[in-house]
Design a protein around this ligand. Structure first.
Ligand SMILES: [Zn+2]
Length: 214
């Protein structure tokens, strides 16, 4: 999958993460030969407790990084959404901008793309210990993608309802109003959802100013 390595600083720590920019449409045949256990051989990965504990300050720092990624998305010609995947050791391992406009793909929300990419790169046990940080609460489609990717924890800055207040009935982004927790509550997995973060809503929303025709 086309990607590039980006070096950044977060809280004084340098890290390198891959970022999928969507230079090309990837498509069929990205499965790898299956060599592991079958799904019937062991307990489901989501029965394993999540090991990592993040402080509120760490969550805020990672959310600030997603706001930066969402601003990059806007400057690359897409809607201003972004997310990152953080492993249990608090390393950013993937970053994803929204690529819906430049790829002309209706499902290319940042969270769905990241979940798809992550499931290609990592196994389910690893992803169960990962956190997906995103600027706005994921939509129903993205919640589904996160669920199927088996990412164990989701952290967002502002609610989907906050976003709806900004986008209105924009044809580009006719935002839904469905709490992610309500969807996960109907699932088989105890995926942890953290958010919103009142101290970040203004900052996350600032990236949207002037975009939705207000
Ligand atoms: Zn979405």
């Amino acid at each position: 999958m086309p990607s590039e390595s980006v070096a950044s600083e977060l809280h004084g720590m340098r890290y390198e993460a891959s970022r999928y920019r969507g230079d090309k449409i990837y498509g069929i045949g990205f499965g790898r030969p299956f060599e592991g256990e079958t799904c019937m051989d062991k307990e489901p990965s989501w029965e394993t407790p999540r090991r990592a504990h993040f402080t509120h300050e760490e969550d805020v720092a990672f959310l600030r990084r997603t706001i930066k990624v969402s601003r990059d998305s806007r400057s690359h010609g897409n809607t201003l959404f972004g997310d990152i995947l953080v492993d249990e050791h608090k390393n950013i391992v993937l970053e994803q901008e929204n690529v819906k406009i430049t790829e002309h793909r209706c499902i290319a929300h940042a969270e769905t793309m990241l979940a798809d990419w992550a499931s290609h790169e990592f196994d389910r046990d690893y992803l169960w210990q990962c956190m997906l940080y995103t600027t706005a609460e994921p939509c129903a489609m993205c919640v589904g993608a996160i669920y199927w990717a088996n990412i164990g924890r989701v952290v967002f800055a502002m609610t989907e309802r906050d976003l709806l207040a900004m986008t209105g009935s924009s044809e580009q982004n006719p935002t839904m109003d469905m709490p992610a927790r309500s969807i996960f509550a109907s699932s088989q997995k105890n995926i942890e959802v953290i958010g919103p973060f009142p101290e970040l809503i203004e900052e996350a929303a600032a990236a949207h100013v002037g975009y939705w025709g207000e």
